[in-house]
Structure formats: structure tokens, C-alpha cells
Design a protein around this ligand. Structure first.
Ligand code: BGC
Length: 762
């Protein structure tokens, strides 16, 4: 054996030995290496390049906000080439993303890859139900899977960062964006935030099919005064800490990598320039180590709000307050480097923002392979796969809420029936996609008509009756409700008359909810209510299927129509999901994540209200907290929803009636399926802290479990209450648990049937 050969063998053995014994990267040492790499990179960066990382541009086509001043494709390309862009949004498709990434990686001095953001809100091309609908499932596993599927499709199309989930709590159905959140409750909202973030990010952010999530909009956006979009938010500290912030806190606790701030001001300070929210709470108390992106040009909007006098001041305020990235605002790129050079903004603040952005890029693995999300073969195979369709169909069925079912009109018989299907939304393949469907092709939803046509045993006849709008609606334009035309009524009435059952699909056009779509009227738009009443006169045997992105005021329907199904906007598989529920192939189990008012004047209406000093009509006079013209109760409460079977609750037990601080309170309850079908029920647990140093709501959700039972089956359900669920935030934002008297309620909605008491002692 000559020397060279023996050396080679020795080297090979050594390599083999080293690779077997090489230290597996633990999260800690990966973390350290990432930080070292960031240190090294930061040392090489000019101030302009650092600020470039904090600059995000929209792509070259779709806009999701007003066109900002000073932006042009030429300028964007020029800045990209200089390394002055850290991220782009709405550039999508493996090929298009590769093209911009190539500029960043191959044409700039340091070759730092872009992070590519997109609004993957409820799916990418294969759409799940709108987020509010998904929340109605209370099914955290299904919601997680839906986000996972969205991430798989988006990541195959070049995207590695979604601007979701929106975790804004809202009590105002006038606000168009309630469709995008999880409803009115911070406990449910937190659980759903966690499920979505885990779905998007998975266990390994560097995997090719996971993407960074973004909890938005930090904070308070859902409390826009009067439900008017982009409006002032004026909330007290108790609402801020107990209602608005908890889902964000959960998001941070479960490792969300980014947050987006918001357009609104909170108590006079725009969220984008809000140091209390972003520095003290988020990056201080909560130790968030990801980054904060602004909302679309929200840095500039501080000027319009009257908070900053020009871009220079806006840049100073936002950077100081902890906004790390400027979305399509041209504020940082135009002003921040100079502010640093002038000594007005410390370079260490910029370094901190850049470190956060680079950290997420490293975690995604973009430095190892900037093109990892740009594989066109994977894109073709993943998008629209039958597996993805199965997931969104499953999610869609789980999101449906049965609001009323007199005389067991539902499920429909599968044979021998004449069925009339009426309503513009019944044959609409676009509205069910909701308003956040920028990547999905128009008209790709399965319509209710198509879904019902798959059931061949009945005679199905369709008539539109009336349009909702006659104009083509788009993501950026107002939906014009211009329909007064009732010429189609006669045809609808004719088919209704000769039918055994009429299914009417009514509600909101898909672009009537979402950003920029606040409404003051929550009745059925256009002439749909008139159509409903006209059909009712000739055949009252109606199943009303609602398609909408927010609670509607449907008092008349509730009084007259025997069966009502809340089917929201259920995404790509809408028609199949609705048909399977109507025909009983799926037994609905959804529960409302938001209270339905009797009329719009009751808003804000929510289950976790405060008792007031005069909650009841004690002396039969007017001096109590109520309205004189409508009951104070909602039409349908939070947590409400029926099934084709029935459930009975009994035997609510606690493991004691007095507990020491820190001890677990164990709660159990018996649930029985008293009907004759297998069904699922969301068992809900609420508490009330009877006397506290800050008044507490009459009920607060603190636990829930989705339980499936066969006909006649009984199960005992267990919950635990502890210091995490029994306390609240005081007006300084400190979490406290106070001794005293509590009530526990359990039932199938926020109007619970069973209650028990206990006492917490010091
Ligand atoms: C919305 C954000 C969204 C952003 C980018 C804004 O108008 O408020 O939620 O992520 O546009 O599309």
C-alpha cells in the first residue's frame, strides 16, 4: 500500500467517524450559529443595506392597498439590485419568485435572500372556508391541518411567509374583517391562533413545506369604532389586556415568527408607532425574538393620522417604536439611513430590527438554499392535489352551523322529492371563495347547485330569483348592490309552488366582507329578503342556507323559516359540503364563534359582557339596562349550534368546593347522545369570578372539547381549571388570580344549563 492510498483510507475513516459522531445540531447550537452568522453579516453591511432589509415592496401586479407615492417597477428593480429590499409580497409562482430571488442573491453585493410574503389567509389556491367559518368548527386539529395544507401549496409556489393568522378579536359584525378572524372570544381565539400557527410553521421552519406565520394586526384593529374600517380605536386597559392581547400572547408563546402591526391608532397612538405595544409588551415582557412588519404603508399613514409630520419623522417614530419592516411605504428606504447618520436614530435599533429579520431568514433555511421554494415540479404536483381537496372539504363540513331545524325538516330525504333550489348564491362559483382569494382562480368553487346535483334520487329544479349585484365585483372595488329587478321572482315562485322542499341560498356576495367592507346594515342585501318572503307565501317548507362572512340580522327568517343552515363562505368545496350536510351524509356540529344580533342596533353584542349595576327588570319600570324596542338577548348566542341528533348534559361535579390558590379545580360532566344518530358536540366550560378588584364578565369561556357520541352513548368529560384560567389582567396589565367565589357553567352554548360553585382561598 503506498502512502497516498493509506492516507486516503485514513481520511475516509476519519470522515466516516466524524460524520457518525458529529454533534447533531441541537436547537441551542443552531441558534448560536445563526446568531454568529448574523453578527458576521451585520459587520459587513452598510447602513443602507441594513435599512434595505427593513424595506418590503409589493410585487408588480396585484395590490392589496392604495398605490403609495413614489413607487414604480423601475425603482423597485433598481433597489433590488442594490440590495435595498429585504422582502417582497404578492410575488408568487415558483418561476416569478425565482426571478426576483435571483436578483437578490446573485446581483447584490452581499447576496442576502428575500423573504417572500403573501396573504395565505384560508388556503392558497385550494381554498378552505373563511377563517371565521373555520372557527365555527371548534376543531383545532382540522384547523391546523387546513393551515398545513395552505402552507404546502403556498410554499410550493415560492412563498415562505404568510400574513396570517389574523388574531384580532372583534365584537362588531359591521366590521368587514370579522370574516378573517376567529370571532369574539379571546380563549377560543387563542386556541385557534395556536392551531393555525402550528399548521403554517410545523415543527421545523426550515422544512420545504412550512412557512413563517404572522399574527396580525397588533393591536386593537377589531375594535374600530362603529365597525368602520380603519377607524379610531379607543379601548380601556382592561379590554386591551383581557380581550385584545391574549391571542397575540399565545401566538408569541407558541413561537410565531412575525407579527404585523395595524392601521389603527390605539388611544391616540398609531399602532405602527406604538412603543408601549411593540417595545414594552411584545419585545419586552413577552420576549418576542421574531420581527414586526408594518401593515401596508401604515408608516405613511401616521402622517395622515396627524402623528408624524413627514416621512422622516414617521421613520424615526416607527423605528424607535419597534416596527422592523416597512411594507410598501417607502419611508424607511427614503429616510432611515440618513436618520442614523444624523445620530437621530441609533444604529443599534436598526441592527436589532435587521437581526430579527435575518434570524427568520436563517431559520427558514433561505441562506442554505434561496430557491428551495421555487421548484416548478413540486408546484405542479402540490397545488390542487386531491389530498388538498379532501382537507378543505372536511374543513368545510365541520364549519357549517345548524341554526334551526323545526320538525326535523333536515336532513332531506334522498329520494322521491321535488326540490326547488333558489337564490343567486346557489349557482355562484365565485362568492364562496370569500374576498381573500388572490391566488385562487375565479369561479373555482363547487356551487351548491353542483353539489346538490350529485344527489340523483330527487328532482332538482333551479331558479335564481334575483341577483345580488349585476356588476362584476372584484377584490379592490366596492360591490354595488344595485338590484331592484324582481323579474326572476315569478320563475322562482313557480318552482317553489310545485316542490316538496325549497332550498334557498341567500346572503352576502363574496366581496361584501373582508378588508374595506364594513356595513351598517346586516340584513340580506338587495331584494333577497323580499324574495324569501315571496317564496315563503307559496311554500313555507324552506331550508335557508346562508352564505355570509359575518353575523347577519335574520330575525324574520328565524321567526318564519323552519330550517336555517349557516354555511358562511366555505371555499373551493362549498357545494359538496353543503349538499352532504343537507342530505345528512354529514351531521353538522359547528357552533357560532360570534353572537348573532337581533338587529344592527344591538352591536356590539357579545356573550362575555359585564353585568352592569342594573341587569334585570326588578321593579317593572324602565330603570334597568335594556333597550325599549328590542329584547336585550341576541338572536343566536356565542357557542350555539344544533345537530341532527340531541345531547343531554347532567351530573356537573367539582372535586371540592373550596380550593387553595394554585390547586387544580377538576370539573366533570356527563354528556349523552339522546337522539338516534351519531353526532358531535362541543362541550363548553365557562366561569364567572363573582367579585373582583376589576369587574369580571358574566361568563368567560375557559375550556371546550369536541366529543363524538353514537346514538344513546354516554361519556364523562373532564376539565381542569387552574391559575392560567382563573385569573385576569388588572388595569396595569399584570396577570393576577384573586381569592373569592366562582361559578362554573357547562353546556352546549354560552347559554348553559348546568352550574356549580366554588371558592378560592389564599
Ligand atoms: C392588510 C393586511 C395584509 C396586507 C398585505 C393590508 O391592507 O390590512 O392584513 O396582510 O394588506 O396584503
Amino acid at each position: 500500500m503506498n502512502l497516498k492510498k493509506s492516507q486516503l483510507i485514513f481520511t475516509l475513516i476519519l470522515i466516516a467517524f466524524m460524520s457518525c459522531h458529529a454533534q447533531k445540531p441541537t436547537p441551542m447550537n443552531t441558534k448560536n450559529t445563526i446568531e454568529q452568522k448574523i453578527d458576521a453579516l451585520l459587520k459587513r453591511m452598510t447602513v443602507e443595506e441594513k435599512v434595505g432589509q427593513m424595506n418590503q415592496y409589493n410585487g408588480f401586479w396585484d395590490v392589496t392597498g392604495p398605490a403609495p407615492e413614489g413607487g414604480s417597477a423601475e425603482k423597485k428593480y433598481a433597489h433590488l439590485r442594490k440590495g435595498w429590499v429585504g422582502s417582497m409580497l404578492t410575488v408568487r409562482g415558483a418561476k416569478a419568485v425565482r426571478a426576483v430571488q435571483k436578483i437578490a442573491v446573485e446581483e447584490t453585493r452581499l447576496g442576502i435572500p428575500l423573504i417572500i410574503g403573501f396573504d395565505v389567509i384560508h388556503g392558497y389556491k385550494t381554498l378552505s372556508p373563511i377563517p371565521l367559518a373555520e372557527a365555527a368548527s371548534w376543531d383545532l386539529e382540522a384547523i391546523k391541518k387546513s393551515a398545513q395544507t395552505a402552507a404546502a401549496e403556498a410554499s410550493a409556489s415560492g412563498i415562505n411567509w404568510t400574513f396570517g393568522p389574523m388574531v384580532d378579536i372583534s365584537r362588531d359584525a359591521r366590521w368587514g374583517r370579522v370574516m378573517e378572524g376567529a370571532g369574539e372570544d379571546p380563549f377560543l381565539g387563542s386556541k385557534i391562533a395556536e392551531a393555525r400557527i402550528k399548521g403554517f410553521q410545523g415543527d421545523d421552519l426550515s422544512a420545504v413545506n412550512t412557512i413563517a406565520a404572522c399574527a396580525k394586526h397588533f393591536a386593537g384593529y377589531g375594535f374600530s369604532e362603529a365597525g368602520k374600517e380603519y377607524n379610531t380605536v379607543d379601548i380601556g386597559t382592561s379590554t386591551l389586556h383581557n380581550i385584545v392581547l391574549p391571542p397575540f400572547k399565545t401566538a408569541v408563546d407558541v413561537g410565531v415568527r412575525t407579527l404585523m402591526n395595524s392601521f389603527n391608532e390605539v388611544n391616540g397612538i398609531p399602532a405602527t408607532g406604538n412603543a408601549y405595544l411593540q417595545r414594552d409588551i411584545l419585545k419586552g415582557a413577552w420576549h418576542f425574538d421574531g420581527f414586526v412588519v408594518s401593515d401596508w404603508a401604515s408608516l405613511n399613514e401616521m402622517i395622515t393620522w396627524g402623528y408624524a409630520k413627514d416621512k422622516r419623522e414617521a421613520a424615526k417614530i416607527a423605528a424607535t417604536a419597534g416596527s422592523d419592516m416597512d411594507m410598501e411605504g417607502y419611508v424607511y428606504i427614503e429616510a432611515l439611513a440618513q436618520l442614523v447618520k444624523d445620530g437621530v436614530v441609533s444604529e443599534s435599533l436598526v441592527d436589532d430590527a435587521v437581526r430579527r429579520i435575518l434570524r427568520v431568514k436563517f431559520e427558514l433555511g433561505l441562506f442554505d438554499d434561496p430557491y428551495k421554494y421555487c421548484d416548478e415540479t413540486r408546484e405542479k404536483e402540490t397545488i390542487g392535489s386531491s389530498k388538498n381537496h379532501e382537507v378543505v372539504l372536511d374543513m368545510a363540513k365541520k364549519s357549517i352551523v345548524l341554526l334551526k331545524n323545526d320538525n326535523k325538516l333536515l336532513p332531506l330525504k334522498k329520494e322521491g322529492q321535488e326540490i326547488a333550489l333558489i337564490g343567486a348564491l346557489a349557482n355562484d362559483k365565485s362568492s364562496p371563495l370569500g374576498s381573500w382569494r388572490i391566488a385562487a382562480e375565479d369561479d373555482t368553487a363547487v356551487s351548491v347547485l353542483e353539489g346538490m346535483q350529485r344527489y340523483k334520487g330527487n328532482t332538482l329544479t333551479y331558479a335564481k330569483g334575483a341577483d345580488i349585484t349585476t356588476e362584476k365585483a372584484t377584490f379592490v372595488q366596492e360591490v354595488v348592490i344595485n338590484t331592484t329587478d324582481k323579474n326572476g321572482f315569478d320563475e322562482a315562485l313557480a318552482i317553489a309552488k310545485q316542490s316538496d322542499v325549497v332550498v334557498m341560498v341567500l346572503g352576502e356576495h363574496g366581496f361584501q366582507t373582508g378588508e374595506g367592507r364594513s356595513r351598517t346594515n346586516l340584513l340580506l342585501p338587495g331584494v333577497q329578503q323580499e324574495l324569501l318572503e315571496a317564496v315563503y307565501k307559496v311554500n313555507p317548507n324552506i331550508v335557508l342556507v346562508l352564505n355570509n362572512g359575518r353575523p347577519l340580522a335574520i330575525n324574520w327568517a328565524d321567526e318564519h323559516i323552519p330550517a336555517i343552515v349557516e354555511a358562511w363562505q366555505l371555499g373551493t368545496e362549498t357545494g359538496n359540503a353543503v349538499a352532504q350536510v343537507l342530505y345528512g351524509d354529514y351531521n353538522p356540529s359547528g357552533k357560532l364563534p360570534m353572537t348573532f344580533p337581533r338587529n344592527v342596533g344591538q352591536i356590539p353584542i357579545y356573550y362575555n359582557y359585564k353585568n352592569t349595576g342594573r341587569p334585570t327588570n326588578k321593579d317593572n319600570n324602565v330603570f334597568w339596562s335594556h333597550y325599549t324596542d328590542v329584547e336585550k338577548t341576541p338572536l343566536y348566542p356565542f357557542g350555539y349550534g344544533l345537530s341532527y341528533t340531541t345531547f343531554e348534559y347532567s351530573n356537573l361535579k367539582l372535586n371540592g368546593n373550596s380550593f387553595k390558590m394554585g390547586e387544580d379545580v377538576k370539573v366533570s360532566v356527563t354528556l349523552k347522545n339522546t337522539g338516534d344518530l351519531t353526532g358531535k358536540e362541543v362541550v363548553q366550560l365557562y366561569i364567572r369570578d363573582l367579585f373582583a378588584s376589576v369587574t369580571r364578565p358574566v361568563k368567560e369561556l375557559k375550556g371546550f372539547e369536541l366529543v363524538e357520541l353514537k346514538a344513546g352513548e354516554t361519556k364523562t368529560i373532564h376539565f381542569t381549571l387552574n391559575k392560567e384560567t382563573l385569573g385576569f389582567y388588572d388595569n396595569d396589565g399584570t396577570y393576577i388570580v384573586e381569592p373569592g367565589d366562582f361559578k362554573v357553567f357547562v353546556g352546549g352554548s354560552s347559554i348553559t344549563t348546568l352550574e356549580a360553585d366554588f371558592n378560592l382561598i389564599d
